[in-house]
Design a protein around this ligand. Structure first.
Ligand SMILES: [Zn+2]
Length: 472
């Protein structure tokens, strides 16, 4: 089909030639003493030749006139292409952790592309990778000057500030980021975390409410965070002598997350101090139903410290009835029974939670209570020593307060991890491996700077903690 127009044209030409050949005629041209006599056919051929030559000449002249401009355009286009290639390679180098290559590409891209918004981020990341924090800081600061890169610059500076443990500066920057993009989940999450870290509980509560409305945090996590914030506000109120505020906030924290032991303990403690012993007992029993904890058992015993050991056993039986088969319930009754010299009762409860000869992986606390029982009841020292050896054997571990972010252990609960300062990361559980911190996760969730052309997904902004993967 493509040859059809050519065939039509050739046919028309042949028809024209035949038409002229069939009808011969003469042409006579006189001009300035010249005279040309020729046939029609030659004249038509001559005119066609002149037309073709004129067209070729016109094309040539146009090329010569447009020449320099087109050359410069092609050169610019080549530079631009090379610049984007350098930019892409630089980002790949950042993702791969190749500091020298990243620096080289950043310099090349900066030279070839006169587009600071695109090259500043790469330069900053390359500087970070090379350990040049000062230069990275300067690049991020330069990004603040332009509206299109201000947000990314803020983000880089927040991470830099966190790396230098300057939480006040990070908070100031996070507030500015929130003013720019109030809906961005990582901004809300980071702002909340920083407000909590700096003890600004009122602001943290307000941010948390916005984050919950925008679904920036999963519902259970946001409820739990609110409980922790209320709990901390109650503690501040207690320290400042605002007893009624303290009681109100403690009740709210406990209601927000009933299984959150520190809030229940604090609430019960305030109630006991204000003479509401019965209410305190109910609070601990409700917490025990959801999450039995040795500290709850101790606080429960403190409510009845004036009673005789036999009466205390009865009290603990009421508490244990809230969560009958739980290890902590058996341990609580066994401990009280030992104090009341009720050997049979103590042995029965310890046996129910691994306190028998053949039981595997018995809790060290149960082993120590068994040793105490063997010694107190029968004065059986070899058996007591055997149980103590089992407690120390390490075949079972006790739960403790472990940071879910860094894996560090602490003796008591606190809203900020004493090791990594993560907010609400301390859990009561068996020690184990640590997942990434939330701020790190928030940073990794956000896409990198949009760049024309393809940029690998793994190119990310720096994250809070250093190490070889700091920029990946
Ligand atoms: Zn930690």
């Amino acid at each position: 089909m493509r040859t059809l127009p050519a065939i039509v044209v050739i046919a028309a030409l042949i028809a024209g030639a035949v038409f002229i050949a069939d009808r011969p005629g003469a042409v006579s041209l006189t001009w300035e003493g010249w005279r040309v006599d020729t046939s029609i056919a030659v004249m038509v051929f001559g005119i066609a030749l002149i037309a073709i030559l004129a067209a070729a000449l016109f094309h040539l002249v146009r090329k010569i006139i447009a020449g320099p401009g087109a050359f410069a355009r092609a050169r610019r286009e080549r530079r631009r292409r090379r610049g984007y290639r350098a930019l892409t390679q630089g980002m790949v180098a950042v993702a791969a952790g190749d500091a020298a290559e990243a620096k080289r590409c950043a310099r090349q891209a900066d030279l070839l592309l006169a587009e600071p918004p695109l090259t500043l981020l790469l330069s900053a990341q390359a500087a970070q990778l090379n350990g040049d924090q000062k230069a990275a800081q300067n690049y991020f600061a330069a990004m603040l000057e332009r509206p299109e890169t201000e947000f990314l610059g803020l983000r880089g500076l927040i991470m830099q500030a966190l790396k230098q443990n300057d939480e006040a500066e990070a908070l100031r920057l996070a507030r500015r980021a929130k003013a720019l993009h109030p809906k961005t989940p990582w901004v809300l999450a980071s702002l909340f975390e920083l407000q909590a870290r700096t003890g600004k509980w009122g602001e943290a509560e307000a941010t948390l409410k916005i984050a919950a409305r925008r679904n920036a945090l999963p519902e259970p996590e946001s409820r739990r965070h609110r409980a922790v914030v209320l709990h901390e506000q109650s503690r501040v109120a207690e320290a400042e002598g605002r007893d009624r505020d303290a009681a109100r906030l403690a009740a709210a924290a406990n209601a927000m997350a009933p299984g959150f032991t520190p809030a229940a303990l604090h609430h019960a403690g305030l109630l006991r101090a204000s003479g509401h012993r019965r209410h305190a007992r109910k609070v601990i029993e409700a917490a025990w139903r959801l999450a039995p904890h040795p500290e709850l058992a101790t606080a429960y015993g403190a409510l009845f410290a004036d009673e005789r050991p036999m009466e205390q056993v009865k009290r603990y039986e009421t508490l244990a009835a809230q969560n009958k088969d739980h290890l902590e319930s058996h341990i609580a009754i066994a401990t009280a029974a030992l104090a009341a010299r009720l050997w049979g009762e103590a042995r029965r409860h310890l046996a129910a939670c691994g306190g028998t000869e053949g039981a595997a992986a018995t809790s060290p606390r149960v082993c120590r209570l068994m040793a105490e029982l063997e010694e107190a009841e029968h004065n059986d020292l070899p058996a007591a020593r055997m149980w103590l050896a089992r407690a120390a054997s390490g075949q079972a571990t006790e739960p403790s307060y472990v940071c879910g972010a860094c894996g560090g252990e602490t003796a008591s609960w606190s809203s900020l991890c004493p090791h990594c300062r993560s907010f609400d990361s301390i859990e009561w559980r068996l020690p184990g491996r640590a997942p990434a911190t939330r701020l790190q996760a928030a940073a990794e969730m956000t896409p990198s700077l949009p760049v024309p052309g393809r940029v690998p997904d793994e190119t990310r902004l720096a994250v809070e903690n250093g190490g070889p993967g700091a920029l990946a």
